[in-house]
Design a protein around this ligand. Structure first.
Ligand SMILES: Nc1ncnc2c1ncn2[C@@H]1O[C@H](COP(=O)(O)OP(=O)(O)OP(=O)(O)O)[C@@H](O)[C@H]1O
Length: 267
């Protein structure tokens, strides 16, 4: 049986000795496309950073692609698009160079890019619609285009798991649609996606499952369509009396594991 892409069991994640995400249980199977929702400061970024070894695991288990976090040998197997990042204006690098950096973890012993590496970089740039800007300095691109460069940088490594923190923030509607297309293709090819977002609209066709983080706790895990009634961003006046139709709220008694598995589908 293949290891899940992500497995959290009783996981507490934070910074220093301060716990932000507490006692989280979450299993994401290979090929799933999961949204992480929740209000500002609820702990979504901390959860995603915990998967990359960028926040501290203070307790419980955090495994990525079958290995405890930080122990994965081939780092290129996990891609990351950080939050609110553009590429530093002080960096005189071209689009090709920045995206090429994303391929470094995949290079062989001598670190020389081969034909396959060059093709992966070109495909990643093409996928985000910036093929005509390959030779341009990244600093000359708009903020939204720079975010697309960062998405391409993550794609260049052809990751098995792609973690993205608000990839559509500050990106215009056309670019959001282009990004949704890219993610749909990447997902169809089998890459697991975990996407922190406030805007599920643009990616609704791609992300099928959602987890909601509320004050550091996972309070919902189920179909994206059901997250609205559980998510603090989509508060309904009688939310407490109205659990989502198909997902399950994690602060209520859980259904039997079989029922949960069925609800998540069997991809
Ligand atoms: N590097 C850090 N050191 C200490 N505390 C941090 C650090 N980064 C975030 N925090 C704290 O962790 C809590 C959760 O922040 P986090 O960025 O995970 O929330 P979020 O749900 O992603 O919010 P947003 O939607 O605004 O991006 C906040 O109280 C924040 O102040």
């Amino acid at each position: 049986m293949t290891d899940p892409a992500i497995r959290l069991a009783g996981a507490t994640i934070g910074y220093g000795d301060v716990a932000i995400v507490r006692d989280a249980d979450l299993t994401v199977r290979r090929g799933e496309a999961v949204a992480v929702l929740g209000s500002n400061g609820s702990g979504k970024t901390t959860l995603s950073r915990g998967l990359l070894g960028l926040a501290t695991v203070l307790g419980g288990t955090v495994e990525v692609l079958g290995a405890p976090v930080g122990r994965l040998r081939e780092r290129g197997r996990v891609g990351y698009v950080p939050q609110r990042h553009t590429v530093s204006g002080a960096m005189p690098a071209t689009v090709r160079e920045v995206v090429g950096v994303g391929r470094l973890p995949r290079l062989g012993l001598f670190g020389r890019p081969g034909a396959r590496d060059r093709a992966a970089v070109a495909e990643a740039v093409e996928a985000v619609g910036l093929a005509d800007r390959l030779a341009d300095p990244v600093a000359a691109l708009s903020g939204g285009q720079q975010r697309r460069v960062l998405v391409a940088r993550a794609l260049a490594a052809e990751p098995e798991l792609l973690v993205m923190d608000e990839p559509t923030a500050g990106v215009d509607a056309a670019s959001q649609a282009a990004l949704a297309d890219v993610l749909a293709r990447v997902s169809a090819a089998g890459t697991t996606l975990l996407v922190v977002t406030h805007e599920t609209g643009p990616l609704a066709g791609v992300l099928t499952r959602a987890v909601v983080v509320d004050s550091g706790r996972l309070t919902y895990d189920g179909p994206l369509a059901g997250a609205g009634t559980a998510g603090p961003d989509c508060h309904h006046p009688d939310e407490a009396a109205r659990p989502p139709v198909r997902g399950y709220r994690l602060d209520q008694p859980r259904p039997a594991p079989d029922a949960v598995r069925l609800r998540h589908g069997s991809r």
